[in-house]
Write a protein that binds this ligand. Structure first.
Ligand SMILES: [Mg+2]
Length: 333
């Protein structure tokens, strides 16, 4: 038996109350109902992974993630974690529609494996960087609350804010304006979570421009399958437009890039999983964007999300908070 043989896999609910409800264009949540994966290898190395289903975004729930993760656990138990690509392919072939479960299992797998190898994950993937830039999301709150949250964010030393929009245009513009006032010197990213039509997205950007507010980018202005709408927005504004919900597979990203529908891609680990999906997505972005493209500015990751990044044209967001906190504590990254 290899020292990296998977001895056990545990799957358990992980419920984390939020400080306040988190509202985006497609729904609200007041508690993170996640799933904790713990993988132990033959040599005693332990890896943690977190499934972070968010039903307004992916349609998955804690129940479906628990069930799928338990199924994945049965598939990989007794196998060698060193064959992580093959294991990833195996679980994906069976649970292909349960992205957060697959992501949690893969995170735990790689965490355990790199622990066994005695190297941090970012070294395992090429050692590009030992730090990540972070942003803070402000949900669809009142302008007053947005202003307060912006102030708090600045006080924490965070230099980028992602603002959830995609609702009523006047409310959205008022929220962004208040946040700009509370945080005049930070970069602003807008995330419409599919909430606008193409015209609404352009109206929002125009209204903000009239107020001298120019976001770093706008993420997913229109429905994920409205590729023409995405292209229309991209071609009618100087603000970079990012695919998030639309970027659910490498093939889809290739298509979006080929049709000139987006400038930026948000590589979301909890949806696209880690080893077999994030890489091809990232590689396709590299092929298409010149390093001098001024529209593709350096972007940031959510708190502690990933061991490397390619900042000009893609960025990475990942799972829930626990996994990365555990990793940060263990690796000092
Ligand atoms: Mg998004």
């Amino acid at each position: 038996m290899s020292r990296t043989t998977i001895r056990s896999v545990s799957v358990e609910p992980l419920n984390i109350p939020l400080l306040e409800p988190f509202t985006i264009a497609t729904g609200t949540t007041s508690e993170a109902n996640n799933v904790l994966i713990t993988i132990t290898l033959a040599d005693g190395s332990i890896g943690y992974g977190e499934c972070a289903p968010f039903s307004p975004s992916t349609g998955e729930t804690q129940e479906t993630a628990l069930s799928a993760a338990l199924g994945c656990a049965e598939l990989i138990k007794g196998k060698d974690a060193a064959h992580w690509r093959a294991l990833s392919k195996l679980i994906r072939s069976v649970y292909f529609s349960q992205g957060t479960a697959i992501a949690g299992i893969e995170m735990a797998l790689l965490d355990a494996l790199t622990h066994s190898y005695g190297i941090p994950l970012y070294v395992f993937f090429g050692g590009a960087s030992t730090f990540v830039e972070t942003d803070m999301s402000i949900p669809m709150v009142s302008p007053e609350r947005g202003y307060d949250l912006a102030k708090e964010t600045v006080a924490r030393g965070i230099t980028s804010i992602k603002i959830k929009v995609g609702g009523d245009l006047r409310d959205d513009v008022a929220r962004v304006e208040a946040i700009r006032e509370g945080a005049p010197n930070v970069g602003l990213i807008l995330d419409a979570n599919q909430g606008y039509t193409a015209n609404e997205a352009l109206l929002c950007l125009e209204a903000l421009d009239n107020r001298d507010i120019r976001p770093l980018l706008m993420e997913q202005p229109v429905h994920k399958d409205d590729h023409e709408g995405l292209r229309y927005v991209t071609q009618h504004t100087a603000v970079p437009i990012a695919a998030d919900e639309s970027a659910y597979s490498a093939a889809n990203v290739a298509h979006l890039i080929a049709m000139g529908a987006v400038n930026v891609v948000n590589i979301k680990l909890y949806r696209r999983r880690l080893p077999c999906h994030a890489y091809p997505v990232n590689d396709r972005c590299d092929d298409r964007v010149s390093p001098g493209d001024k529209r593709c500015r350096p972007l940031c990751c959510r708190p502690g999300r990933f061991p490397f990044r390619r900042p000009r044209h893609s960025y990475v967001t990942g799972g829930g908070p626990l996994y990365w906190r555990l990793r940060a504590a263990r690796r000092g990254v």
